[in-house]
Ligand binder design. Structure first.
Ligand code: MRU
Length: 364
């Protein structure tokens, strides 16, 4: 597995270590994130990216938000500061569920703590926030491994798999979601080939997924996004496996733009379409994919390929970062809690049980 995409270093006064994913695969640069403004920028610019990694980064962002407060700061003011930081970081990228889930969980813990302890001090609150962020980090690591173990059975010896964007170690705190399944199958000695969509406009597939799979010794072939259908027609692809950024209660799922088209192509060719995601990516407060906000990204991401401008001046650009794959196009969702074939709201609720934080607290 590649080095950790997000890792807290030190105690309450520590910093958040990130890999600068904009520079991969050319350069491997580590960054030290020391305040929430720097973290906001890192999330916005995709320095740190992938819904689970953004969630973990947001959790540690709340540690950054309270770590430098004056020792004289009252516990209530510290709580206000934490809430403001959560609003601010939450405005960075709207589509992925994990960021909101992680920060809401910490806010709720902090509120309960302040309400229950009349004489709580700032240091105790800071430690509580760090402990909860560490728990979110560790859960993500564990969920990733378990997704891999649950999903590896869907990879048979000798098959071709298509993936889109990057749902690997770089997108999580652990070994990824979609790629975790491939890593576990590879560990078991299965031989298979992974076709990786380059994933315009920012090329997460060509740059990041190919980099991760190659390091793991997995047979990887990069293709342009518009080649997928033809490969399917030729019988080179047996299944599609991608990650997800937010899954609505009915199983509709947001993922990187282009995933929806792949789901239609897969259906047309009778190919299984798997989606791998931890339970922190499910959002049961949202009934269907129509309600998932789709992030619009800057035009220059499409207008330029690297440093080169590829469109005529004055041409309008449209750049939605995600699309929604309807539940009926999904063969199965693979999570750390199990696998749901042909997802429906009932099956999703049954799989997640009452353990969902949202449902336990009644907060959304
Ligand atoms: O814009 P990005 O690079 O953050 O988009 C990432 C994806 O779409 C991933 O597939 C998704 O976050 C799942 S990652 C485990």
């Amino acid at each position: 597995m590649v080095a950790a995409a997000v890792k807290w270093v030190g105690g309450v006064d520590g910093f958040l270590g990130l890999i600068d994913q904009r520079q991969l695969p050319g350069e491997f640069v580590k960054l030290q994130c020391r305040d929430i403004e720097q973290l906001y920028e890192a999330i916005k610019t995709l320095t740190v990216r992938g819904a689970p990694a953004i969630g973990v980064a947001g959790a540690y962002g709340l540690v950054l938000a309270v770590q430098k407060l004056d020792t004289q700061c009252s516990i209530r003011d510290a709580l206000e500061c934490l809430k403001k930081a959560a609003d601010y970081l939450g405005s960075s990228r709207p589509t992925g569920a994990n960021l909101f889930r992680a920060m809401d969980r910490i806010k709720s813990k902090a509120e309960d703590f302040v309400a229950s302890k009349a004489k709580a001090n700032l240091q105790e609150l800071q430690e509580l926030v760090l402990n909860e962020a560490n728990a979110i980090y560790q859960e993500d690591v564990d969920m990733c491994r378990q997704i891999g173990e649950n999903g590896e059975k869907f990879i048979k010896d000798g098959v071709g798999i298509l993936t889109h964007c990057n749902a690997g170690a770089l997108a999580t705190a652990g070994q990824g979601t979609a790629l975790s399944i491939m890593f576990e199958a590879h560990k078991k000695g299965k031989r298979f080939k992974v076709y990786v969509d380059e994933t315009r406009p920012l090329l997460q597939g060509a740059r990041l997924t190919a980099w991760e799979l190659k390091q793991a010794g997995i047979n990887v072939v990069v293709i342009c996004d518009n080649m997928a259908g033809w490969l399917m027609k030729q019988g080179k692809i047996n299944s599609v496996i991608t990650g997800a950024d937010r899954i609505a209660a009915n199983g509709d799922a947001a993922n990187k733009i282009g995933t929806y088209s792949l789901s239609i192509l897969a259906r047309e060719h009778g190919i299984s379409f798997y989606l791998a995601a931890p339970s922190s990516t499910f959002d049961l407060s949202i009934k269907s994919g129509d309600q998932i906000p789709i992030e619009q990204r800057p035009s220059d991401e499409v207008r330029f390929l690297g440093k080169e401008k590829i469109t005529p001046d004055g041409v309008e650009i449209y750049n939605p970062a995600f699309d929604i794959t309807p539940a009926e196009n999904i063969t199965a969702i693979i999570s750390e809690k199990g696998t749901i074939q042909q997802p429906t709201e009932e099956k999703i609720r049954r799989m997640l049980g009452q353990k969902l934080w949202q449902e336990k607290t009644g907060k959304i």
